[in-house]
Design a protein around this ligand. Sequence first.
Ligand SMILES: Nc1ncnc2c1ncn2[C@@H]1O[C@H](COP(=O)(O)OP(=O)(O)O)[C@@H](O)[C@H]1O
Ligand SMILES: [Mg+2]
Length: 249
Amino acid sequence: MSLKNSAITKRLEDIERIIAIVSGKGGVGKTLIASTMALTMAKFGFPSGLLDMDFTNSSCHLILGVDVLKEKPVEDMGVLPVKVHGIEFMSVAFYSRGEALPLRGMEVDNVFRELLMITRWGRLKALVIDTPSGFGDVILNIATYLPRAEFIAVTSPNRLSLEALKRLAGTYMRERVLGVIVNMSYKPIHSSVERMGFKVLVEIPRYDNLEDYMGYVDRLMETEFAGKIEETVLKVLDESFKAGYNGLT
Ligand SMILES: Nc1ncnc2c1ncn2[C@@H]1O[C@H](COP(=O)(O)OP(=O)(O)O)[C@@H](O)[C@H]1O
Ligand SMILES: [Mg+2]
């Protein structure tokens, strides 16, 4: 293992679970799901982090209502993620001033590793990673540099999104997929997903008013959508999480 890789491993050693939210197609709800999952864990009382790895289109900060021009990770032997709504949050948006980072090839690799090498996460139960659509560089880097990372795949019920999921099922990453979230669901597609060898974690309908809650976390967390994410988080996390959750109900 190279020095750089071991530096990354060291930075992540206090994190129990690393969960990357992935999909072949864009617009299926990865960013909203990743952000809401991290917020839900914090709501349950479990230290959680959110890492926005969608370099060209980072948008978790918009959901969290974080002004990346005003709030900045503090430098201290690396950088400390921004604490917001009970979660630790890190994104390249803090450095790109919220604008697109036009990266290609090795540049993606460099930013990916740099971000992981500088960020000093606390002791977390889980780090949720938002990723760009498709199974390109960032996903492959996660698979390579973060051997402990698990994936949750998101799909909508449409044919093209399901085809992309099937492609994921055809890669070596399939073993690391915890399950599939069917988002903006309008028809049952359980059996198609299960035929690919994946478990359906939850089916989430389309909610017309969700757009109104971007940037308003308190209101977002009261929606039926957030309720579905709670259900999912409970399924995904281990018994100790469930025990903690039961204590809160
Ligand atoms: N279940 C849902 N109902 C209604 N709108 C949704 C739902 N899930 C996501 N959205 C909206 O769909 C859009 C795309 O979601 P996003 O999380 O950016 O997708 P991705 O990250 O996969 O490209 C966003 O405006 C988001 O608020
Ligand atoms: Mg996204």
